[in-house]
Design a protein around this ligand. Structure first.
Ligand code: TYM
Length: 337
């Protein structure tokens, strides 16, 4: 008799710190929707991570609003709440509980080396919390609770994933095979979409300059304007070359939206100049994002449905994560009653 193979688990979260950008989308979200046939997928919203920086602390109404909107957006991406487990991190207590335990197995030195911690603490010099420092151990807990084999992320999260792998291996060495050691899944194109105004910086939803990023819910006219004013260089040939960071970024976006290779794009725009290229990039991005925006508008209008999906999916995640947490607590030596 043919044995049905158990699907491998895929896990990833996104923070509700604002409407996701084209960077979040091309780097991570676009891949999520394609994975649920082949894998057992858990995706969701990392709201506990959002209070590690001052922007979202002490703004409870904003955090609640962002979380619901992001959930509607995940549905609009085509992620099925029945096929996947689509949940909000703070609804599942095991994440915070395992994070505490993992903190006690993580060295101060290794957490201090995280570049995102260094960058964010440089940005908020007078407001660096223990939570910001412990951010990567919470992320490790998220992943390890579900024994995820793969974590689809952008390049900027690779170091955090490396730490999660180290913690898993350390635990397994002490207590026997307990955690699956997760692997990052980083796309070939779109793994690091850069800012439109400073193409050496990653595109980020927390950037103060709104012209530097495109969000998934931007109006078409705003997308066109932002791409037309994107920083390029003083040449005119559309070529992917070192030093042409602005053009390289637009080529990557175009490639990720149309599926064309870099070579094909260079050929298509040979001799046509930056103006024509920018118009084509803007059209491709608008074409990619508009169906998402339309579906989003339908989901966000149905609060009852959103809440029902969140509740049911939190339950699914709670059952699975509790199983792992129980095993860990037993191994570590907490008295079972
Ligand atoms: P977040 O919310 O910053 O970003 C969500 C996803 O988008 C990717 N990304 C990008 N990809 C390409 N170009 C960019 N400019 C760009 N900006 C962001 C990120 O790499 C990420 O995959 N710590 C995570 C959330 C998290 C998580 C997890 C992820 C919490 N627990 C467990 C995976 C597994 C974060 O802040 O992502």
């Amino acid at each position: 008799m043919e044995q049905k193979e158990k699907k491998q688990t895929v896990f990833s979260l996104i923070q509700p710190t604002g409407t996701p950008t084209l960077g979040n989308y091309l780097g991570a979200l676009k891949n999520w929707a394609n994975m649920s046939d082949e894998y057992d997928c858990l995706f969701g919203i990392a709201d506990l991570h959002s209070i590690t920086v001052p922007d979202f602390r002490e703004k409870p109404a904003q955090l609640r609003k962002n979380t619901r909107e992001l959930y509607a957006l995940l549905l609009a991406l085509g992620l099925s709440p029945d096929k996947n487990t689509l949940f909000v991190q703070s609804h599942v207590a095991a994440h915070s509980q395992l994070a505490w335990i993992l903190n006690c197995y993580t060295q101060f030195g290794e957490a201090s080396r995280m570049t995102q911690f260094k960058d964010k603490s440089a940005k908020h010099k007078d407001n660096i919390t223990v939570g910001l420092f412990a951010y990567p151990t919470l992320m490790a807990a998220d992943i390890l609770l579900y024994n995820a084999s793969y974590v689809p992320i952008g390049q900027d999260q690779k170091q955090h994933l490396e730490l999660a792998r180290n913690i898993a291996e350390r635990f397994n060495a002490i207590y026997g095979e307990l955690f699956t050691v997760p692997k990052p899944l980083i796309g070939k194109t779109g793994a690091k979409v850069m800012s439109l105004t400073e193409p050496l910086k990653k595109m980020s939803k927390s950037d103060e300059n709104e012209k530097s990023y495109i969000t998934l819910l931007d109006e078409p006219s705003s997308i066109v304007k932002k791409i037309k004013s994107a920083v390029t260089d003083s040449e005119s040939e559309v070529l992917y070359r070192e030093g042409k960071d602005g053009i390289n970024n637009l080529i990557i976006m175009y490639s990720a939206c149309t599926g064309q290779s870099i070579k094909e794009i260079e050929n298509e725009f040979s001799g046509k100049g930056y103006g024509a290229f920018k118009s084509a990039v803007a059209d491709a991005v608008v074409k990619e994002l508009m169906p998402i925006k339309e579906r989003y508008n339908q989901y966000i209008a149905d609060k009852e449905y959103l809440d029902k999906c969140m509740r049911e999916n939190a339950e699914k995640a709670a059952v699975r994560s509790q199983r792992t947490l129980n095993k860990v607590m037993k191994k570590v030596g907490f008295l079972q009653i």
